[in-house]
Design a protein around this ligand. Structure first.
Ligand SMILES: [Zn+2]
Length: 353
């Protein structure tokens, strides 16, 4: 699943948490007047996702939906029959295409005839998987992983991830409402500026509230975890880490330092700038580990995994680790810190430049 973040990020320091613990299952916490925070369960090591209800006059604008699996849809039913009966959803804003954020949208939109707001590449990415969940199984893509030294079992898991995606989503509506960086969305009495950033997903949407110190940051900046930043086989020379670092630096200038960050996972917090700097330092540290490993001998993406991830990884985690290591390798190639090396066994390797 593309959305799974890394748990090996730096730990939060100097962050202020206005709420010491999340709301109990099925309940909400009002994090600002008319903005409700709820958590939905995820059946992963990262066991929850945050969703937000924003007062939109006659009802609620929903930011993110949780998964579209049976357990999450069961969790939604009492809300549909309860708090949303008199004050229904007015629209759904999905911050990005990962199943924990847009997975229940199909289910909800079959009950509420409202628009789905998404960035174009996020909607199209999800649509693409829905239309062709087996696309990555093509020999061309399999070869990409194998040529970077990944083992056959992990490769098999990675290229079949589209089928897992469909199991975790409840469909997409045939039309959507496109949002673009620079848009202003009016929700109830508030205006939100749309910001987007790459790295974790192609065009992740974030919302900065004008007039109030609020920032819905999705998965871009979270208190405890660093979002997974991965190279994907359809863009083998892509630079998601470069996009992510660019986005973090942009947030430091475009969003006031004293906002309350309402993230996609973990607790809401104050300390956006501190956390952005920690995340930047975290990735610089990983680059340093790779540089050191490649100073002694050329290494492939797969061979670099243990230098970056010291824990023993199962095949599922190995797939994420590999794609994340490759994001650092591609970034360092672009920065001129690494260079590709031809090796006799057909595996692509890099060495320190
Ligand atoms: Zn997420």
């Amino acid at each position: 699943m593309q959305g799974k973040p890394s748990f090996l990020g730096s730990s939060p320091a100097n962050l202020i948490f206005p709420h010491g613990s999340p709301p109990p299952p099925g309940e909400t916490i009002e994090v600002a007047p008319g903005i409700l925070w709820m958590q939905l369960a995820l059946p992963f090591r990262l066991n929850h996702v945050n969703i937000y209800f924003i007062d939109d006059g006659q009802g609620w604008a929903l930011v993110d939906t949780g998964l579209g699996d049976a357990a999450t849809l069961r969790a939604w039913q009492p809300l549909v029959d309860g708090m949303l009966r008199d004050r229904p959803l007015t629209r759904i804003i999905a911050t990005h295409f990962h199943p924990d954020h847009v997975g229940a949208a199909g289910f909800l939109l079959r009950q509420f005839d409202v628009p789905l707001y998404m960035a174009a590449t996020e909607y199209l990415q999800s649509l693409n998987i829905h239309l062709d969940p087996g696309a990555l199984e093509a020999e061309h893509y399999r070869r990409f992983y194998l040529e970077h030294g990944l083992d056959a079992e992990t490769t098999r898991r990675v290229v079949t991830s589209g089928h897992a995606y469909l199991k975790l989503t409840s469909g997409l509506p045939p039309t959507y409402h496109r949002i673009v960086a620079g848009d202003v969305i009016r929700i109830g009495g508030r205006e939100f500026d749309v910001l987007t950033g790459g790295g974790h997903s192609p065009e992740q949407v974030m919302l900065r509230c004008r007039g109030e110190k609020l920032f819905l940051g999705a998965d871009q900046v979270m208190a405890k975890i660093s979002p997974n930043v991965s190279v994907v086989a359809v863009d083998p020379e892509g630079d998601p880490l470069g996009y992510y670092l660019r986005s973090l630096n942009a947030l430091k200038t475009e969003v006031p330092a004293d906002v309350l960050v309402l993230p996609g996972h973990n607790l809401p917090f104050f300390g956006l700038q501190v956390r952005a700097d920690e995340l930047i330092a975290h990735h610089r540290h990983r680059c340093a580990l790779i540089r050191e490993a490649c100073r002694k001998m050329p290494r492939s993406g797969a061979e670099l995994i243990p230098f970056v991830f010291s824990l023993k990884l199962d095949p599922h985690q190995t797939g994420f680790a590999f794609s994340e290591v490759l994001a650092h390798v591609n970034y360092m190639l672009r920065q001129g810190e690494l260079r590709p090396v031809a090796t006799a066994d057909g595996i692509g390797r890099v060495e320190a430049a």
